[in-house]
Every structure is written in structure tokens, then in C-alpha cells.
Design a protein around this ligand. Structure first.
Ligand SMILES: Nc1ncnc2c1ncn2[C@@H]1O[C@H](COP(=O)(O)OP(=O)(O)OP(=O)(O)O)[C@@H](O)[C@H]1O
Ligand SMILES: [Mg+2]
Length: 262
């Protein structure tokens, strides 16, 4: 039986730079896997490659047993993979509601014809898209709903932009969700809250998750398994305790052993 995601012997080179080297990686259905490593280790490149933004130089990426290599980002989304970006990407001039509604377009059936002639089926589908967008936004409490729905995304605080990005990814109804540094720039209270929400993304929404994160408390609290990259290679993998006490990981990334959690 294959894993949900299976990456085999993957290489990516940018000119002379070997950004990912002979990478093997897998994710089981229902897992939360944390990916850590120093700046420039290749973590975001790893997401770019899964999501079809960067093509591997060699190797294969299998999702539900079928290759993703050669698909463009929209096709990867349609196959059931959604991601967020380290540098948040939203439609700043669209409303919060519209931002989440448009990200569902990969799932809609009625095309231009339906919208031009405003058919009943089209109106029903629009209503369902709106309902689902509000449901997804409601996951973040009162922050993104009510009067906020009609505000442009540009007025949102930084933390709310990150939440909206996650909402947009959720709206595509993925099986696999890739989160690139979701708590970066958040204060400790916001971080703790989002950490709990990440757990609920699995338990209530059924998403399998790969999480890139520099905040080791978040990685410890949510990950079933942790993989550490350095210079494009896996230098350790296992439980959080195993990886965070690995001497190569301490040398390349952590700098010193972590204090155990009280
Ligand atoms: N499109 C590209 N063209 C050339 N080099 C690239 C490209 N994308 C990434 N790189 C290089 O690949 C290496 C890995 O970058 P990447 O952004 O994946 O690191 P990262 O692990 O996400 O780091 P950080 O923790 O800072 O986000 C870096 O040396 C980066 O400069
Ligand atoms: Mg990165």
C-alpha cells in the first residue's frame, strides 16, 4: 500500500546550487509531519516542488500513487493538495469573503456559460460556495466573519492575513495541507491559539498536514513525526524528541539542546 504522499530520490538544482538532494519523504494519511532546518535548507523549495511551482531535476512525487511531476499548480490543487506561503499571498483588493470564494473555483462545475446567463444551477452553486466560505472563515472564531466579510483583505492585521491564507487553502477541500511557517510574526498568544487550530484541522476537518516551522514549541505540540533538512538533505527524522536531541540537528540548526518541556 502506498503512502498518501511519496517522494523518491528527488533532486532540484538551480544553476550550480543543489537545493534538494536525493530526498526521500513520505506522509501517511492523517499524519502531521513537521519539517525543520536552518534558513536556506530547502524547506520552501520542497513545498514549491510538491505544489507544481518548481519542477524536480530528477526523482518522483507520488500522491495517492500517481505522479505529480509535470502538473501545474492548479492541477496539483485539483488533485487535493493546498498550501500557504511563507510570504502571505492574498488578493489585497478583494474582500475577505471573495478571497475564500475564489479559491474554491477549482472545485466548481458551472463555468462562464452559467455565470453569463445567471442560470439557476449557477446561483445555487454560488450560494453553496458562499456558505462554505463562511463556514471556513468561522473556524477562526469571530475574527474573519461578520462585518469583516465585506472588508478588503488589505485592512487585515498580519496575523489575520495568515489566518485568511489558511482559510483559502482549506476552501479548496484538500486531502493534504502544506503550511509554510504559519505562526511566523505572531505573538505568543496568537501562536498558542493557531497551534490548537492546526490540531483541529486534522481532527475536525480531516486534513493530513505537512508543517514547516521555526517555532520549536509549535513543532513539538503538533507533529507526529519530524524531518530535519540541511543543505537540501535529510539529516534526521523521527519523533520530536529524537530529532531535537540529534547531535547533527543541534549543530546545524538548534545551536544547543532544547530544554525539556515543563
Ligand atoms: N527559484 C530559485 N532560483 C534559484 N535559487 C533558489 C530558488 N528558490 C530557492 N533557491 C535557493 O535554494 C535554497 C533553499 O531555499 P528555500 O527558500 O527552500 O529555503 P528554506 O529552507 O525555506 O529557508 P527559510 O527558513 O529561510 O525559509 C536557497 O539557497 C535559495 O536561495
Ligand atoms: Mg522557507
Amino acid at each position: 500500500m502506498s503512502h498518501l504522499l511519496d517522494i523518491e530520490e528527488l533532486n532540484i538544482t538551480f544553476g550550480g546550487l543543489h537545493a534538494l538532494r536525493d530526498l526521500d519523504f513520505h506522509v501517511e494519511e492523517g499524519e502531521i509531519v513537521g519539517v525543520i532546518g536552518p534558513n536556506g535548507a530547502g524547506k520552501t523549495t520542497f513545498f514549491n516542488m510538491i505544489s507544481g511551482m518548481v519542477r524536480p531535476t530528477s526523482g518522483d512525487i507520488l500522491f495517492e500513487g500517481e505522479t505529480l511531476v509535470g502538473l501545474d499548480p492548479n492541477q496539483v490543487t485539483q488533485r487535493g493538495i493546498a498550501r500557504t506561503f511563507q510570504n502571505v499571498r492574498l488578493f489585497a483588493n478583494m474582500t475577505i469573503l471573495e478571497n475564500v470564494m475564489v479559491s474554491q473555483h477549482c472545485r466548481t462545475k458551472r463555468g462562464v456559460f452559467g455565470s453569463l446567463f445567471n442560470t439557476r444551477a449557477f446561483r445555487e452553486e454560488e450560494a453553496e460556495i458562499r456558505r462554505y466560505a463562511e463556514e471556513v472563515l468561522g473556524f477562526f472564531g469571530s475574527r474573519l466573519v461578520g462585518y469583516r466579510l465585506e472588508q478588503p483583505a488589505s485592512v487585515l492585521s498580519y496575523a489575520n492575513r495568515r489566518r485568511l491564507e489558511i482559510a483559502r487553502a482549506m476552501a479548496t477541500r484538500p486531502r493534504l495541507l502544506l503550511l509554510d511557517e504559519p505562526v511566523a510574526g505572531m505573538n505568543p498568544i496568537e501562536t498558542a491559539e493557531l497551534t490548537r487550530l492546526i490540531g483541529r484541522l486534522r481532527s475536525e476537518w480531516g486534513f493530513t498536514i505537512v508543517l514547516i516551522e521555526h517555532d520549536m514549541n509549535v513543532v513539538r505540540d503538533v507533529s507526529d513525526r519530524v524531518v530535519c533538512l540541511d543543505h537540501g538533505e535529510t539529516i534526521a527524522q523521527g519523533s520530536f524528541e529524537e530529532v531535537s536531541s540529534n547531535s547533527d540537528v543541534i549543530e546545524a540548526y538548534l545551536g544547543r539542546p532544547l530544554e525539556s518541556k515543563k
